[in-house]
Design a protein around this ligand. Structure first.
Ligand SMILES: Cc1cc2nc3c(=O)[nH]c(=O)nc-3n(C[C@H](O)[C@H](O)[C@H](O)COP(=O)(O)OP(=O)(O)OC[C@H]3O[C@@H](n4cnc5c(N)ncnc54)[C@H](O)[C@@H]3O)c2cc1C
Length: 411
């Protein structure tokens, strides 16, 4: 059987269900990924792929392609729109079936529905830590509040073991794949909290370095609200978002560390954050398009306020510093994201969806469920038992940047 293995947010070889199943049945498979890098948002015309996000993604694709090619197998990447991209593949490889990850996100769902009209399509689970079938409730009955979700899952569900996968030679051969788009190689900012490259190799290295070499997992709960440097948090979000790192691989690494080194509230807390990730993932799948819709939108927005937020020119230096970090590096701490989002919503009274779209374009770790889930949560439209979650930037600055080091760094 000929199978097109469509890599989505699972851009890796390890713990890869599609590769595992394809090799199990000895399918003749071709690895394929697609992203329409020139696409823009319909409502604003702004690009969806900021330069840093694009660079991280292409580094990731390049790493995956070289893993395939090191085994003598082709990997096809296309930046054409999806159906056009697959038509081009078909000039050399006509699949009997297309297999892909069941990815959260409404547009991702629409892509699958569109392809299913023409191809035999099979989706498999690999984006979340827990598999859908192992949750102690059906998707329709997913708890509305995170704490209820967490308590039930912790008590009743188990994380599966990883697939042991490496590429074997049952893949398709003698195929001329297109060249990758050129990488722009943006210089890394000297103060970047994320000076790492994209790709599976870099992801596994970062995980090992942060957990084992630096022992940072042991103090994570104390440091996770900081904003300066590479070590205060894991910096694994971009790798998890694009699937360079499997959440299960990370989970089993935490367990190993707990067995061999120590188990404390910090080691638990990294797992706790992975549960947030799963909560948004399943909520997004359950709610479909309504996850991305909002009530209470201000119809008119004040353009000057909106531009000031984006361009780090508001009247608040703490907010500006964070927005500058985002623009210069493609990354911002969780604390920073909460503050700038709250400021946009509550101080500037601007439609949260514009902020979320800007994050979508700029963040190297953009992922639909996590991004839109966190934004609606802060906007009081999502799954928050406390509807008015307002962060006072002055108090936040006192608490998290009392000496002004962060503001100084990014001013
Ligand atoms: C407005 C807003 C938008 C966000 N957009 C995204 C996004 O597009 N992609 C994304 O991965 N994260 C997003 N987050 C969540 C969080 O800020 C980042 O995951 C985190 O800052 C990344 O740094 P880290 O990997 O060092 O995190 P760590 O603190 O080391 O956490 C480990 C992992 O847990 C997960 N995680 C941590 N916090 C959250 C959270 N609040 N919600 C869901 N998962 C979490 C991430 O996968 C992260 O890599 C957003 C948060 C806010 C407030």
């Amino acid at each position: 059987m000929k199978v097109l293995l469509w890599f989505r947010r699972d851009l890796r070889i390890h713990d890869h269900v599609l590769l595992h199943k394809a090799q199990q049945i000895n399918a003749q498979y071709l690895g394929f990924a697609q992203a329409h890098l020139k696409s823009s948002f319909e409502n604003t015309g702004e690009p969806r792929w900021g330069e840093r996000k694009k660079q991280f993604y292409l580094e990731t694709i390049s790493d995956l392609k070289s893993s395939f090619e090191s085994k003598g197998l082709p990997f096809w990447f296309s930046d054409l729109p999806l159906s056009k991209a697959i038509e081009t593949v078909e000039e050399q490889f006509i699949p009997d079936e297309i297999w892909c990850q069941n990815a959260a996100g409404w547009e991702e769902r629409e892509e699958v529905l569109m392809l299913a009209k023409k191809y035999k399509l099979r989706e498999m689970e690999s984006q979340s830590l827990y598999s859908l079938e192992d949750l102690p409730f059906k998707l329709e009955s997913l708890p509305f509040i995170f704490t209820d979700f967490r308590k039930k899952v912790e008590k009743h569900s188990e994380v599966r073991q990883c697939y042991s996968t490496e590429i074997q030679f049952s893949g398709a051969q003698n195929i001329q794949t297109p060249e990758l788009p050129e990488l722009s190689f943006l210089p890394i900012h000297p103060h970047s909290a994320f000076p790492f490259a994209g790709g599976e190799r870099a992801a596994l290295e970062r995980m090992k370095d942060w957990i084992w070499e630096g022992n940072h997992l042991s103090t994570y709960k104390k440091t996770r609200n900081e904003s300066i440097g590479t070590e205060y948090s894991s910096k694994l979000s971009a790798y998890l978002a694009w699937g360079c790192l499997s959440p299960r691989t990370l989970y089993w690494e935490i367990k190993k560390y707990e067995r061999e080194v120590l188990s404390n509230e910090s080691t638990y807390w990294l797992y706790f954050e992975l549960l947030w990730r799963d909560f948004f993932h399943f909520t997004c799948r359950k709610e479909g398009s309504s996850f991305f819709k909002s009530k209470n939108i201000e119809k008119q927005i004040d353009q000057s306020k909106w531009m000031a937020w984006k361009e780090a020119k508001t009247n608040n230096s703490f907010i500006n510093a964070h927005m500058k970090e985002l623009a210069e590096t493609g990354f911002m701490s969780n604390r920073g994201r909460q503050n700038v989002a709250s400021f946009l919503l509550h101080s500037l009274k601007i439609d949260w969806r514009l902020g979320a779209q800007y994050f979508e374009s700029e963040l190297i770790d953009f992922e639909p469920a996590n991004n839109y889930g966190n934004w609606t949560y802060l906007a009081g439209l999502g799954h928050d038992p406390r509807p008015n979650r307002i962060f006072n930037p002055e108090i936040q600055k006192q608490r998290y940047d009392a000496e002004g080091k962060y503001v100084e760094l990014w001013t």
